[in-house]
Design a protein around this ligand. Structure first.
Ligand code: SAH
Length: 382
């Protein structure tokens, strides 16, 4: 099946739209080889069997067209002009259906869409997150102000159309910003979070917590990372940039102890609850900047055997990397969503005596030009 997207040129989200999937994989493999093969051989990219509708998080911005009809979709690349999207080929279909339902409900509930320039109107964005393994669904209504008129009836009507929805959250974003979610949030139905399962563990996910958007490939990503680490049960392991604790909690049963560090407070709260829910007791999670945390650990003379690190696209920083070296970690498993910053960080680590042993790209983002990489470095013992 080669499905066709009708808004690809305007959207710009899928740089590889129109290119056969096997060809996309080849290009990504080549890109990784060009950047990284001087460090070590690049193993074959792990692709998807079915590369469509893989995104578990769907965001839609709401607006009106020139005739005043409600539209929902995405911003045209580099603008705040909204392009209606009916069927995105990479986003979860059930979540897209929910967004269509909300669009149709606005008129009868007399809810106006938010105007970014004037601040007039109410509904600005809708975000839907679905646990692919649990089926739990979170709907976040991002508003310009905190009152949703007839909210109980709104939830009732929405759940009547989609009984799978397990929680509905109001979020307020009244700022001129390209961030979707604002600070304030309040559940108006359900618990305010969803759960999902990965690699045999259950994870609770709050609205602002990071969770990998392609859960099918995430299992393969984590399995590769844990296989690379070659764990024996004796290790003290750091899970840096740990989000809701996924990598560390999945690895916990193969090691002595896991210490996770993460900046986002909501994610750290989720990580701690996740340890409890999965009855994992050999883990602890710290909130703060990963670099600062590592500097502190190193200055106290603490040691770690393995460091899993999964930084955002900007990569890590020298403070962090220098401390990894100081902690004497024998192995580093670097999970990267940006091969350019990976290469930069790698050059530093190689200078400090680490050697690249294995590299494997994982296709987390079919049709997009982003590539995810797992990499093993070991300390080069003279
Ligand atoms: N390993 C997790 C999360 C990876 S995403 C997973 O696989 O789900 C990167 C995470 O780094 C995000 O949760 C983000 O909040 C966090 N982060 C960003 N900058 C950070 C910093 N300076 N220190 C610690 N965590 C940071």
């Amino acid at each position: 099946m080669t499905a066709k997207c009708t808004v690809t040129k305007k959207c710009g989200g899928c740089q590889y739209q129109g290119i056969p999937y096997q060809e996309q994989l080849k290009r990504k493999q080549k890109q990784e080889e060009t950047l990284l093969k001087k460090f070590c051989k690049v193993e074959p990219i792990i692709g998807m069997e079915n590369p469509y509708y893989y995104r578990n998080k769907v965001h839609s911005v709401f607006d009106r067209d020139r005739r005043g009809n409600v539209i929902s979709g995405i911003y045209e690349a580099n603008t705040h002009h909204v392009i209606p999207v009916e069927n995105c080929l990479i986003e979860d279909q059930k979540s897209q259906e929910i967004i269509r339902t909300i669009r149709q409900m606005l008129k009868s509930f007399k809810i106006k869409t938010y105007d970014e320039d004037t601040g007039y109107g109410l509904l600005r964005h809708v975000m839907v997150r679905r646990g692919f393994q649990t089926g739990e669904i979170m709907v976040i209504l991002v508003l310009g102000s905190p009152i949703l008129p007839s909210k109980n009836n709104f939830v009732k009507a929405l759940r009547k159309a989609h009984p799978e929805i397990t929680t509905v959250i109001l979020n307020v974003n009244d700022k001129k910003t390209s961030m979707v979610l604002g600070e304030w949030e309040k559940p108006i139905y359900g618990k305010g979070y969803i759960k999902d399962r990965l690699c045999g563990c259950t994870f609770r996910i709050s609205p602002k917590s990071f969770y990998q958007v392609n859960p099918v490939q995430t299992e393969r990503l984590y399995q590769t990372a844990i296989e690379y680490a070659g764990l024996t049960g004796k290790e003290t392991v750091i899970d840096a940039y740990c989000g809701i604790g996924t990598i560390g909690l999945v690895a916990a049963k193969y090691v002595k102890k896991v210490i996770g560090v993460e900046l986002n407070k909501d994610a750290v709260r989720d990580a701690r609850m996740n340890a409890k829910d999965n009855k994992i007791t050999n883990v602890e999670f710290r909130q703060g900047d990963a670099g600062e945390f590592m500097v502190k650990m190193a200055s106290q003379g603490q040691k770690a055997d393995v460091v899993f690190m999964d930084p955002p696209r900007a990569g890590s920083d020298q403070k962090f990397l220098a401390s990894v070296v100081k902690l004497g970690a024998e192995k580093i498993v670097y999970v990267s969503c940006n091969p350019v910053t990976l290469k930069r960080d790698l050059e530093y680590l190689v200078k400090c005596g680490y050697e690249a042993k294995r590299i494997r790209p994982v296709d987390m983002f079919p049709f997009c030009d982003h590539v995810e990489t797992v990499m093993l470095l070991t300390q080069h013992l003279a």
